[in-house]
Write a protein that binds this ligand. Structure first.
Ligand code: ZN
Ligand code: ZN
Length: 215
């Protein structure tokens, strides 16, 4: 089934520039490894980042954080055409498998009630990322995010308001999003969800766009 819900340009740019919190980077990397369209768009942003550095190194160094600059240097020598996707074995794409230390059977699930299970993955503390297992037909429990949330569907599907999110789809929810996801009947739903603290993400957008706007 084709992927219908994709990453935004802002998230892809921030990922290319290395300004996303680790938890969000993992979700972006997971989506990109499942999605040809977003992988191609990411390649274009990485190429732009490299060009900015080559044409205006002083501006890039003085305007951005060290992390952004270092990421741009790393991106500089990269082939802008994304590598072919490796053949997938199991449910988790490679970036997620690396964090879990295996596929879905290696996950250390904890019950959080109502048949729902979660596993919080170890990342830097500026944002958090967890795997969620929601039995078919159940609602996603209240997880109290007040900033941005990125939810990547790995198996099954959920509905949120009028939208359906199936395997490969990513939902970008903010605190303004009216947000009550319910897993569809049929297959149990497994998602990877990153959440951020309030305001942090809003502060991120001008910073991450900056290196790319200096052409
Ligand atoms: Zn996509
Ligand atoms: Zn949510």
């Amino acid at each position: 089934m084709p992927i219908r819900h994709h990453l935004s340009d802002q998230l892809l740019m921030a990922y290319a520039a290395g300004t996303l919190p680790e938890a969000f980077s993992l979700v972006v990397a997971t989506h990109v490894s499942l999605c040809d369209e977003c992988r191609a768009r990411l390649g274009a942003f990485e190429a732009v980042g490299g060009a900015v550095l080559e044409e205006a190194p002083e501006a890039a160094v003085s305007s951005g954080s060290l992390a952004v600059t270092m990421q741009m240097i790393r991106n500089r020598g990269k082939d802008p055409i994304p590598a072919p996707r490796p053949v997938r074995q199991g449910l988790f794409p490679a970036p997620l498998r690396d964090y879990v230390g295996g596929d879905v059977e290696a996950v250390n699930w904890r019950s959080i009630g109502g048949g729902v299970r979660q596993a919080i993955l170890p990342t830097a503390r500026d944002a958090s990322v967890r795997l969620l297992f929601i039995p078919a037909g159940h609602a996603v429990p209240d997880h109290g995010h007040s900033g941005m949330e990125l939810t990547q569907v790995l198996q099954g599907a959920f509905r949120d308001e009028d939208e359906r999110f199936g395997p490969g789809d990513i939902e970008i929810a903010t605190e303004e999003t009216n947000h009550t996801p319910v897993a569809e009947a049929g297959l149990d739903c497994i998602c990877l969800a990153a959440t951020d603290a309030p305001l942090r993400f809003n502060a991120l957008i001008p910073r991450m766009a900056q290196p790319f706007l200096r052409i």
